[in-house]
Write a protein that binds this ligand. Structure first.
Ligand code: TYD
Ligand code: MG
Length: 442
């Protein structure tokens, strides 16, 4: 073994063989700490290769939480020895979800809930709020010292361990809790614990508004499953999304409603984000497929004369690049003088939509606000738009149409598609270009 002295920045994790007063990466002063980095010599024991058909699955059985939306989201239950990261803004409901999962899992074994942020009393208050009965299988501690936590867990056989949150945990004496080094060290130690014992570990991580670097993003590659909680804290709906899943589909969503007594699953989310009835000008109904769910959404847009040298484009729930692109298509291909207007676009309900099939909805909403026309609330606009202003086919059109039919919509405006079958009581209005669509409005 050869030992080499290394210095590490306790704020950002920068490593250097030379001592530094000011970190060249994050510009913090006096953050250099000695770190003994051990370079192992080539191991004398060679690894062993197996034929793939010699490998055995040792009793691989998923653990169900019996929160059916959660189980579905992560691919049918929790895999033993897996580490699940649950990220989200403060106040979105991470601790509530963790407590509900703990309650359910504690029916089959002991759950250890470690909170570094709250007192044990606060956990009890939350437990009362979600109507938890007396529960001898749920063990709670308020601690942020990961070493003593591991020490205590040594003699236990948990069915699951919850760490709420990773930003409040401390392992080594390098850096404060929440610093990059602590975050990484704690997460690595938890992954190691989980892999060596087979105990699933949930790690809660806040998305930090200011210090993006010390957020859950940093840990994504270390863990098996990454879930993000989305939704506006003020509104009731919360969307849990799989961003990564080594054992199941990713980009799947599950929707919950935050009630007075905890999170309630929403099993049929198609219609929760829209209100049926008349629409104001600037609003348009569209549909998106997120994971396996088809959801109807209201896109709102507001166009107002700009007071700025370059007009503003702001969006919520849609990537701003798409709004800029669609505004450019409307300006160039349809000659709308949008360069002298600010454009605001919003997806009602707090969902972040990735599906490009809402392009047409965005374009039509912008046009509706610009021309001050009210759109038909029984009509759904579906389609991707190209830079040439042409409509492009979207994936799973049959599924979208079936859902629209089921929800009682009367019309769907969509790109030409020879293969779609007709539905009774659902008129399919098929167009080649955005220009044709807008000509047929009003
Ligand atoms: P919490 O789970 O503490 O959020 P996080 O751990 O992500 O910071 O809960 C967030 C909010 O939810 C909090 O403002 C209170 C509210 N809440 C309810 O509305 N109903 C409930 O049953 C509970 C437990 C919390
Ligand atoms: Mg919390």
């Amino acid at each position: 073994m050869k030992e080499k002295l290394m210095y590490v920045c306790s704020n950002c994790g920068y490593e250097s063989p030379k001592w530094f007063g000011k970190c060249p990466i994050c510009s913090e002063w006096n953050t250099a700490i000695e770190k003994k980095s051990v370079i192992e010599e080539l191991k004398s024991n060679p690894v062993e290769f197996k034929e793939i058909n010699e490998i055995k699955l040792n009793g691989f059985k998923r653990l169900r939480t019996n929160i059916s939306e959660f189980d579905r989201l992560i691919g049918g239950g929790i895999v033993p020895g897996s580490v699940i990261l649950v990220g989200g803004d403060p106040g979105v409901g991470k601790s509530t979800l963790m407590l509900e999962i703990s309650r359910n899992l504690s029916k089959v074994g002991e759950v250890f809930y470690i909170t570094g942020e709250e007192s044990e009393e606060q956990i009890l208050i939350r437990a009362n709020r979600i109507g938890m009965k007396e529960n001898e299988n749920l063990k709670v501690t308020s601690s942020s010292d990961l070493k003593s936590i591991f020490q205590a867990l040594k003699s236990e056989k948990p069915i699951a361990v919850i760490i709420d949150s990773i930003q409040s945990m401390r392992l080594s004496n390098i850096g404060l809790p929440g610093s990059v080094v602590q975050l990484r060290d704690c997460a690595e130690a938890l992954v190691d614990y989980s892999k060596s014992t087979g105990v699933p570990v949930f790690i809660v991580g806040h998305i930090t508004k200011t210090g993006q670097i010390a957020g859950p993003k940093l840990l994504e590659h270390l863990v098996d499953v990454v879930l993000y909680f989305e939704g506006e804290v003020q509104t009731g709906y919360r969307i849990l999304r799989t961003v990564k899943n080594r054992f199941g589909p990713s980009n799947e969503i599950a929707i919950f409603e935050m009630r007075n007594n905890g999170l309630q699953e929403v099993k049929n989310p198609s219609e929760i984000f829209i209100e049926r009835g008349s629409l104001s000008s600037g609003s348009c109904i569209t549909s998106a497929i997120e994971g396996t769910r088809t959801i109807f959404l209201e896109i709102q847009s507001l166009i107002s004369k700009t007071f700025f040298p370059s007009p503003r484009r702001l969006s919520k729930g849609i990537e701003i690049g798409r709004v800029i692109l669609i505004s450019a298509v409307l300006s160039r291909r349809l000659n709308l003088p949008l360069e002298s207007f600010d454009i605001y676009v919003n997806v009602v309900g707090g969902l972040n939509v990735k599906d490009p099939s809402i392009d047409l909805g965005i374009a039509v909403a912008i046009y509706s606000s610009f021309a001050d026309v009210e759109l038909d609330s029984d009509c759904v606009y579906i389609g991707e738009i190209g830079l040439d202003g042409k409509m492009r086919k979207v994936s799973n059109i049959e599924k979208r149409l079936m859902e629209a039919h089921k929800m009682g919509f009367k019309r769907v405006v969509m790109p030409h598609d020879r293969n779609v079958k007709n539905f009774k009581d659902l008129e399919l209005l098929q167009y080649n270009s955005l220009l044709e669509v807008l000509k047929n409005i009003d």
